[in-house]
Ligand binder design. Structure first.
Ligand SMILES: Nc1nc2c(ncn2[C@@H]2O[C@H](COP(=O)(O)OP(=O)(O)O)[C@@H](O)[C@H]2O)c(=O)[nH]1
Ligand SMILES: [Mg+2]
Length: 469
């Protein structure tokens, strides 16, 4: 464990700015003396006590509630003190400074009241909770995800992950995997009987069932990751096709400027909308055409950058102009470039806009959608299509929030189990290779809940938290 994990830490736990209440939090091993120095009395564990928070000279900074949670029954698993004061930035800064100062002061035996108390890094309280086995890594991530949740569905699923629903499923997979590994490792010690022994012990069936279970969990994790991260949808097309109008219609607000003048949109405009709780980051771009205007050209280059990073592209066509030869030719050029620049798995949805102006009702073919950004006709079909493209299967009950990291780890587990399966099915099975694949599968599985995680990974995860959490 890094030495910094032993220091006592302090931080303002509430959001910066003004609020009715603000909280300063201290965590460390053996902070009872600091509690006494700050509160001028011993506090009953986990009970709120109303008292003055005094500065070194004895005059009150504020009055408020102090709560002492002796470890291990606390958020971090260490001793924790929470001071609830009025939520002004200056009051809280003074209170925080007072904690640091009181910790440095020496007591009767000439030692500091609480040696080494320092300001906490972002996420450090939660990191301690993880290191002290109060929660596993997937739950720690769920705390940040709950705080960051942008939709109700995301918040509810994060809360389910936090209470351990996701970790529980990983645990079930791990037990099945460990069982199979024990079987294979035992067989390694008795090479004569090898494969017959494994057959009798139903190793084939166990591996099959495990693969099916992993596939189910992966499916759910994928949905959970979608809820957390959403997908990036870029609207592209020629000038005046109605791209900005479509963004506005989807967002239900006038975000992008709409005019009949070609080349109005020069820089990208982005808005996150939600459909059934799934966040979609929709990006309106400059119309694609050859332009002599320097600013517009930069806008068009940016549009192509956005398109290259999209999860899905809405390619807009203006129904009032599709019959014109030069318009159709320019659309064909864009389509060709799209095909060149986009990875094969990124879907392009062709959207025929301005149905309200089209002379005859337009029959869209299967890979096309017809709508009117002006009247809103056909928008619902587009929304459904976007959810399909995102891979959203309308929320199964009990969904938990997951991260791309979890999905990748489960995919790695799946790949190792497939290789293990190949070894098992092979004419001349190499049991040592089989054992190795199962071991690697378990390492990947463990990385989700943090049974095995490098300090680097922990650094990345916890540094994205807010300070005081
Ligand atoms: N009739 C009709 N006009 C539309 C529709 N969508 C956009 N327009 C008009 O087409 C013009 C260009 O729209 P805009 O959204 O700025 O196109 P962009 O250049 O692709 O962003 C504006 O005059 C819009 O009012 C539609 O669905 N029906
Ligand atoms: Mg525009």
């Amino acid at each position: 464990m890094l030495p910094r994990h032993n220091d006592p830490i302090a931080a303002i736990a509430t959001a910066p700015g003004r609020g009715a209440v603000g909280i300063v939090r201290v965590s460390g091993k053996g902070i009872a003396q600091l509690v006494r120095a700050l509160c001028a009395k011993d506090l009953k564990p986990r009970e709120a006590t109303y008292l003055p928070f005094k500065d070194a000279a004895g005059s009150p900074i504020d009055h408020g509630l102090a709560i002492y949670f002796p470890g291990p029954h606390s958020y971090t698993g260490e001793d924790v003190l929470e001071l609830q004061a009025h939520g002004g930035p200056v009051v809280l800064q003074l209170l925080l400074a007072r904690c640091l100062e009181a910790a440095q002061a020496t007591n009767a035996d000439g030692k500091p009241v609480l040696a080494g108390l320092r300001l906490a890094q972002p996420g450090e309280f939660t990191e301690r909770a993880f290191l002290n086995d109060k929660i596993d890594l997937a739950q720690a991530e769920a705390i940040a995800d709950l705080i960051d949740a942008s939709t109700e569905a995301a918040a509810r699923s994060a809360s389910r992950s936090l209470s351990g629903a996701f970790s529980q499923e990983i645990q079930v997979l791990r037990e099945a995997l460990v069982h199979l590994r024990m079987l294979v490792e035992a067989t390694l010690d008795f090479p004569e009987e090898e494969i017959d022994f494994l057959k009798k012990a139903d190793a084939f069936g166990q591996l099959d069932r495990l693969q099916a279970q992993v596939a189910t969990v992966l499916g759910k994790a994928h949905q959970g990751a979608l809820l957390r991260e959403g997908i990036k949808v870029v609207i592209a097309g020629q000038p005046n096709a109605g791209k900005s109008s479509l963004l506005n219609a989807l967002a239900g607000a006038e975000l992008a400027i709409v005019t009949p003048i070609a080349g109005t949109t020069r820089d990208k405009v982005q808005q996150t909308i939600q459909i059934e709780g799934v966040p979609l980051h929709v990006i309106d771009t400059a119309g694609l055409r050859d332009s002599d205007d320097e600013v517009e050209r930069i806008g068009i280059a940016r549009a192509w950058d956005e398109i290259a990073a999209a999860d899905a592209v809405l390619f807009l066509h203006d129904l009032t102009r599709v019959q014109q030869a030069d318009y159709a030719a320019a659309d064909a050029d864009i389509a060709a470039t799209l095909q060149q620049r986009l990875p094969a798995q990124v879907p392009v949805i062709h959207v025929l806009n301005k149905t309200d102006m089209a002379e005859q009702a337009h029959q869209a073919c299967t890979d096309q959608l017809a709508l009117s950004a002006r009247t809103g006709d056909g928008l619902d079909t587009l929304r459904k299509r976007l959810l399909e493209v995102a891979g959203w299967q309308s929320a199964p009950e009990g969904l938990y929030l997951a991260r791309a990291r979890h999905v990748e780890a489960l995919q790695a587990v799946q790949a190792h189990l497939e290789m293990a399966d190949e070894q098992l099915q092979a004419q001349a099975s190499h049991l040592d290779l089989l054992a190795e694949e199962l071991r690697l599968a378990q390492l990947s599985l463990n990385s989700i809940t943090g049974e095995f995680s490098s300090d680097d990974l922990l650094g990345v995860i916890f540094s994205s938290f807010c300070i005081g959490k």
